[in-house]
Design a protein around this ligand. Sequence first.
Ligand code: PGA
Length: 253
Amino acid sequence: MRKKIVAGNWKMNTSLSEGVRLIDEIKTIINQQSIKPNCEIIVGVPFTHIYAISQNLKETSIFVSAQNCSEHEKGAYTGEVSASMIKSVGASFCILGHSERRQYHAETDEIIGKKIELALKNNLTPIFCCGETLEIRENNTYFKLVNSQIENALFNLSDEEFSKIIIAYEPVWAIGTGLTASPQQAQEMHYNIRELVGSKYGNNIAHNLSILYGGSCKPSNAKELFSNPDVDGGLIGGASLKANDFVEIIKSM
Ligand code: PGA
């Protein structure tokens, strides 16, 4: 059975002490409530926080993710952080291909594909992000665009490798804008992604793939979004920085 997942994406927010405080708040609130079986919770924190937060979360079932990794294995790449370094400080997931990386750091499908391979090689589970801009949404080519992002970055993986991937559909027009895809818009794209994956990797792998929705997901819309048959949880930006909101979203799984 595929997992339901809520993953926070803190982006470039919080000092280390603020981040630890946020985690402590989340742990306190979550302890009082039950998390359903087969549901996974992940926090995507800045590189600088991974070690301390992984230590803090050791006795819990909350996992730590990085938000990026280098497309190179190691070497003379000043300022870069490799997948093996990320693994060595305690993360088990890595968000890759986020639209902010594509937009501000010129990450192409090809670069993202290299990062995916290195993450997998270092036992990090990739959370692969895809999604269309407003312009693409309005000219009705969003299925084509999202399919090409997935095909270009992921479809050279073996069955075994692909079965480790998590996909997050994040329409760019909904990220941090307060605009959310309607439950119908999310469902039809998630269904399309599962069909595409099924056509390449077969129904079993497609059925077990967790596909998360991201883009202004919050306590007031999470339940409706997550109740769709192909929406397996969310990648949460802004609302993951507020312990109460994040836990409310977790409870919506
Ligand atoms: P948002 O961000 O929830 O603040 O819209 C989502 C994301 O960028 O992953």
